[in-house]
Unconditional design. Structure first.
Ligand SMILES: [Zn+2]
Length: 543
C-alpha cells in the first residue's frame, strides 16, 4: 500500500482475490511487517470474518423448508420464498464460521455421533503449548529478524525477553504449534510404534487458554484396548499400565525423562483449580497413591441398603483422612512438605492399616467404575503422562483413560466441545432483539452477525488461527456427514436461483437444488451393485 495507498483488499483485480487470500499473503510477507503489527492482525480477522458472515447470510437466505410449490406460484408472489426461509437459521447460519458458538455446537453433535457409532474413546489427551520453553521457536523468530541464535544464546534469554519475542510474531508462534501437533501425530502417535495403542479414529480441538496460547484436546479411539468389564478388568489394567504413567521416573536410569516430568508434569494449584464451589481442586490433586493400578468397582446390588451406606461412609472417612495428609505433607509447595514420607509412615500417623486403605480404594462410591493409576507416594502431584508424549512433544501432556459411557457423554464430550458462553449470550440476545423488532430475515441475520463480530475477546494467536485456513480449530477422523431424514416437507432445502426459477415451466415443482437424497432416489436400477447400495453407503462415498 505504501506510499500511495493503492492495492488494498478491495481493489478490482484481473484475478479476483478473496479477503482470506489477500490477508494471508500479507501476514506471510517475508519482511514480517504485517504479522508483527497486532492492529493489522485484528483488522484482518475482522474483515475475513465479516466476509464469511455475509456469505453465510446469503446462503441462509436460500435455505427453505421443502414444501411443494410451483414455479408460477413463486413468481407471482415474491414474498412466498421469503416466508419459507427457515426461521431457525437465525442461529445456525454461523455454523460455518470457525470459533462461533454454533460452530462448536455442530462439533458437539459430530462428537456425540462418533461416540454413538464407534463406542467410547480410549483416551482423552491434552497437549499444551510450552512456547516459552521451546528453543527452536526463538531461533525461528530470530531468523525472521535476520539473526541467528545459538542454543546457548537462547538458554540465556530472560523470561521477559522470551515473552516479548513471542508477542512480536504471533503468526510464527501459532504456525509453529500447529506444525508440532501435526508432526507429533504423523511421526509419533500414528506410527506402528503405537505409543498409546493402535489409533483408529480421533477428534481434535484447539482451545485457547487465558494467556492466549493454544492447547490441543483430543479424543482417541484405539482398536487394541480391551473393554472394561468385571471379567476383563486385568487385561484393561495391563493396557493402561503399558501406556500411561503417573510417577516421577528414576533420576539415575533416565535423567532426561526425570527432568522433563519434573519440568512439565508437576501440578501446582492455581485459580482455575477452584472453579467449582466446595471442590478444592477440580483436577483432583493431590491424587491418592497406590502401589498398583486399581479399578474400583461399584458395590453389588445384592447388599442391603444399610450395609451399603455404612460401607460407603467408612470408605469416605478413610480416603478423606489420607487425602488431607497428602494435601499437607506431600505437596511440595506446602510448609509441612516431607519428601521422605512412606506409605507406612502415613498409615501409622493416621491410625489406619494398609489393608483398610486398599480396601477403601477398591470400592467405587457410585454405580460406575473408578480408576486409581499406579502412583508412588512421591508422585501425588504428578499429572498423568505418556513417555512418547512428553519426550516427543516437550510440553505438559495429559492422558486420561476414558472407560465410562455416562461420564464420557456428560463430562468429557461437553468439556471437549464447550463454547464461550459470553459470546453465545450476545448472539442469543441479538436473535431475541431481531425477533421483537420484527426485522426481516436478512436484517435479523445481519444483526446477529454483528453481535458476534463485536462481542468476542480474542487473543492474537487465536486471531491468526481464524485468519489462516491451514490452521484448523477442529479435526475429525473419520469425517461425519449430517443427513436430514425428516419428512420431506420438513427437510431444509436450498432454493434455485432467481434465474433458474425464471426458466422453469409454470406448473413445475422443481424449485429446489438437487440434494443427496434426491440423487439417491434416481440411482440407476439396472446396475444391481448400485441399486443395492443403501443410503448411508452412498453418503460415505461423499466423505
Ligand atoms: Zn489444583
Amino acid at each position: 500500500m505504501f506510499p500511495k495507498g493503492r492495492f488494498g483488499y478491495q481493489v478490482e483485480r484481473e484475478v479476483k482475490l478473496s479477503p482470506v487470500k489477500y490477508f494471508n499473503a500479507r501476514l506471510l510477507h517475508y519482511s514480517g511487517r504485517f504479522a508483527t503489527n497486532p492492529e493489522y492482525l485484528f483488522f484482518a480477522r475482522f474483515i475475513i470474518e465479516q466476509k464469511k458472515i455475509s456469505d453465510s447470510i446469503n446462503i441462509a437466505l436460500t435455505k427453505v423448508h421443502g414444501q411443494s410449490l410451483t414455479a408460477s406460484h413463486l413468481r407471482s408472489n415474491a414474498q412466498s420464498l421469503q416466508n419459507l426461509i427457515c426461521q431457525d437459521q437465525a442461529y445456525l447460519f454461523l455454523r460455518q464460521i470457525p470459533g462461533t458458538p454454533p460452530y462448536w455446537q455442530k462439533f458437539m453433535y459430530e462428537v456425540v455421533a462418533m461416540v454413538k457409532q464407534l463406542g467410547i474413546p480410549t483416551w482423552f489427551m491434552t497437549l499444551s503449548c510450552a512456547d516459552l520453553r521451546w528453543p527452536e521457536l526463538f531461533q525461528i523468530i530470530a531468523r525472521t529478524k535476520g539473526m541467528n541464535l545459538t542454543n546457548e544464546q537462547v538458554e540465556a534469554l530472560s523470561y521477559n525477553d522470551r515473552c516479548s519475542m513471542l508477542n512480536l510474531n504471533p503468526v510464527v508462534v501459532a504456525k509453529h504449534f500447529q506444525y508440532k501437533v501435526e508432526t507429533f501425530f504423523t511421526e509419533v502417535l500414528l506410527t506402528t510404534a503405537n505409543p498409546i495403542g493402535k489409533i483408529v479414529h480421533y477428534a481434535l480441538r484447539i482451545e485457547f487458554q487465558m494467556r492466549g496460547s493454544p492447547d490441543l484436546h483430543a479424543l482417541m479411539w484405539t482398536s487394541d484396548c480391551p473393554k472394561l468389564t468385571h471379567e476383563n478388568k486385568q487385561a484393561y489394567i495391563e493396557f493402561i499400565d503399558n501406556h500411561v504413567q503417573a510417577c516421577i521416573p528414576n533420576r539415575e536410569t533416565d535423567p532426561q525423562l526425570h527432568e522433563l516430568v519434573q519440568t512439565y508434569q508437576n501440578h501446582n494449584h492455581s485459580k482455575t483449580c477452584r472453579k467449582y464451589k466446595n471442590v478444592p481442586c477440580r483436577f483432583n490433586f493431590g491424587q491418592l497413591f497406590t502401589k498398583k493400578t486399581i479399578v474400583a468397582e461399584p458395590l453389588s446390588d445384592n447388599i442391603p441398603e444399610e450395609v451399603k451406606s455404612n460401607t460407603l461412609t467408612r470408605r469416605k472417612e478413610i480416603l478423606h483422612l489420607v487425602k488431607e495428609k497428602i494435601d499437607n505433607a506431600l505437596n511440595p509447595n506446602k510448609p509441612d512438605y516431607d519428601s521422605k514420607l512412606t506409605e507406612a509412615d502415613i498409615f501409622s500417623s493416621l491410625g489406619i492399616s494398609e489393608e483398610q486403605y486398599y480396601w477403601a480404594l477398591s470400592i467405587s462410591p457410585d454405580s460406575h467404575y473408578e480408576l486409581h493409576l499406579k502412583r508412588p507416594v512421591d508422585s501425588c502431584f504428578i499429572n498423568n503422562y505418556f513417555v512418547a508424549g512428553i519426550k516427543g512433544f516437550a510440553a505438559n501432556v495429559d492422558l486420561q483413560p476414558v472407560f465410562d459411557h455416562y461420564k464420557c457423554v456428560t463430562y468429557v464430550c461437553s468439556y471437549f466441545t464447550k463454547d464461550e458462553t459470553e459470546c453465545s449470550q450476545a448472539i442469543m440476545n441479538a436473535a431475541k432483539e431481531a425477533k421483537t423488532a420484527n426485522l426481516n430475515v436478512k436484517d435479523g441475520l445481519r444483526k446477529i452477525g454483528a453481535a458476534f463480530l463485536s462481542s468476542r475477546e480474542v487473543s492474537s494467536q487465536e486471531c491468526v488461527y481464524r485468519c489462516m485456513p491451514e490452521l484448523w480449530l477442529r479435526k475429525i477422523f473419520p469425517k461425519t456427514l449430517f443427513v436430514s431424514t425428516d419428512l420431506p416437507e420438513k427437510r431444509v432445502r436450498v432454493a434455485k436461483t432467481q434465474q433458474e426459477l425464471d426458466a422453469l415451466d409454470n406448473d413445475s415443482t422443481d424449485i429446489y437444488k438437487s440434494n443427496i437424497i434426491e440423487r439417491y432416489m434416481i440411482r440407476p436400477n439396472c446396475i444391481p451393485t448400485v441399486d443395492n447400495l443403501c443410503f448411508s453407503r452412498i453418503c460415505c462415498t461423499l466423505l
